[in-house]
Design a protein around this ligand. Structure first.
Ligand SMILES: [Zn+2]
Length: 442
């Protein structure tokens, strides 16, 4: 799959971890290893810009979850680093990740306090991080329980001001109006509701869209590139479209997630599919596919959260938020997007790899071109498999996609030319020597 040529028969030569030759199908290249990919597709490895490694087992998540990622064709992740003072915590987190990860990785910083804004320039340049996430979801009382004391519109505005000063930086924002949620939630709970639809009804589409408006409007005043992360609804996407009409406005990127394209609020997965923002109704699912096709959606992230099943086996109100998904991005997009809905493969590659490389300053990633890292996923487009969490290597011992049979799976994943996953197994060498690298982006 070449950036200009689409699906093309050919031969790739990889040297020192980079793509060195792109030649015709009959080229004879001398190499230490030759892979015959006849009948298969070679795609750029998936870049998942939204994973929460550390929410399962902080000590070992980069080991287990990088394996889960690699099995699904994900070769780069951007995870979140959040602490009281990032100046003091970052290096240890980065070094631990580097000792464990079998794929390449970077971080976003979580902005939850004025200290983070005051130190943003320093920590960004020092640690090579140029993207951040601010959580409107944890304003006020909702944030206090997590120790986030400073989240309000002032923090949003000052974070936008600081981000605008850092070259190539982008501020991601979690959009849900958390002040209104209790007004809607409390009667649903009091009525005894205990279903996924109720989780959608307590934080409906317009509470997302309202925050999207505020973020885009402030961003236009500060001229800051922003990214509406894990966008879930038609209302919110239309709000982005409206703001994009503004002349000379800053870039507004949209990330959606495979679950907003593939699950609705009636899925039998129930609390396993509980997430913020909630999975929506089928009309919103259709709206996300429209956004895929017309380019309104920029990237897909999994919002991967690898907690155990026992945190989910509760009523809808008590079940934990989020679920694992980084290894499912490509299978879902191939099955539901390519096979079922006829979405062109180049759109899938743009959403799952190239666009993230572009907006997150990853110039060596995201496409099959000479000089780029040989992060490749070899796909059998016709392979059908049933999702079984026991084979997915995640700390999480469940999947909201459990039992579903999907068509189109990776059969081999290479990171910088090195095979890390083969035929649904992590290779031994990637277990003993993981080899993933931290990606500086500034
Ligand atoms: Zn979020």
């Amino acid at each position: 799959m070449l950036p200009q040529g689409g699906l093309t028969r050919g031969t790739l030569g990889v040297k020192d971890g980079r793509i060195a030759v792109i030649a015709g199908p009959d080229a004879q290249l001398a190499g230490t290893e030759t892979l015959d990919c006849g009948g298969l597709w070679v795609l750029p490895g998936v870049i998942d810009p939204h994973v929460h490694f550390g929410f399962g087992s902080p000590e070992t998540d980069f080991e287990t979850e990088s394996r889960n990622a690699a099995l699904g064709g994900t070769t780069t992740v951007l995870s979140f680093h959040r602490s009281r003072d990032i100046r003091e915590s970052f290096e240890a987190a980065r070094d631990r990740a580097e000792s464990q990860s079998c794929i390449d990785f970077g971080f976003h910083f979580g902005i939850t306090s004025n200290l983070h804004v005051e130190t943003l320039d320093d920590i960004s340049h020092r640690f090579g991080v140029s993207s951040y996430k601010l959580y409107m979801m944890y304003k006020g009382a909702a944030g206090l329980s997590k120790g986030f004391t400073d989240i309000d519109d002032g923090l949003l505005y000052s974070a936008l001001q600081e981000t605008a000063k850092i070259p190539g930086a982008v501020l991601g924002v979690h959009c849900e109006n958390v002040e209104v949620i209790p007004v809607l939630r409390d009667p649903l709970r009091a009525a005894g509701r205990d279903d996924l639809k109720a989780w959608n009804e307590q934080s409906p589409d317009f509470l997302e869209a309202e925050n999207v408006h505020r973020v885009c409007y402030f961003a236009s005043k500060t001229r800051t590139p922003v990214n509406i992360v894990h966008l879930s609804s038609r209302e919110a996407l239309d709000e982005v479209r409206r703001h994009r009409l503004r002349r000379d406005g800053p870039p507004i990127y949209v990330e959606s997630c495979p679950h907003y394209l593939f699950l609705n609020d009636e899925t039998p997965a129930g609390p396993y599919a509980k997430v913020n923002p909630p999975v929506r109704g089928q009309d919103d699912v259709e709206a996300m596919w429209e956004g895929v096709l017309d380019g309104a959606i920029t990237t897909l992230g999994s919002d991967h959260v690898p907690r155990k099943r026992e945190t989910k086996d509760k009523d809808i109100w008590a079940a934990s938020n989020g679920f694992p998904g980084t290894g499912m991005i490509l299978p879902i997009m191939l099955h539901e997007g390519y096979h079922r809905r006829g979405v062109p493969l180049d759109k899938i590659v743009a959403l799952t790899s190239s666009n993230a490389a572009r907006i997150y300053n990853l110039p060596a990633k995201g496409s099959i071109e000479i000089g780029k890292d040989a992060d490749l996923v070899i796909v059998d487009p016709d392979l059908e498999r049933t999702v079984d969490p026991a084979t997915l290597e995640s700390f999480a011992d469940y999947s909201p996609y459990e039992g579903m049979t999907l068509k189109g799976w990776p059969v081999r994943t290479l990171v910088r030319g090195r095979t890390v996953a083969l035929d649904s197994r992590i290779v031994d060498a990637a277990r003993t020597e993981p080899g993933g690298r931290f990606l500086r982006r500034l």
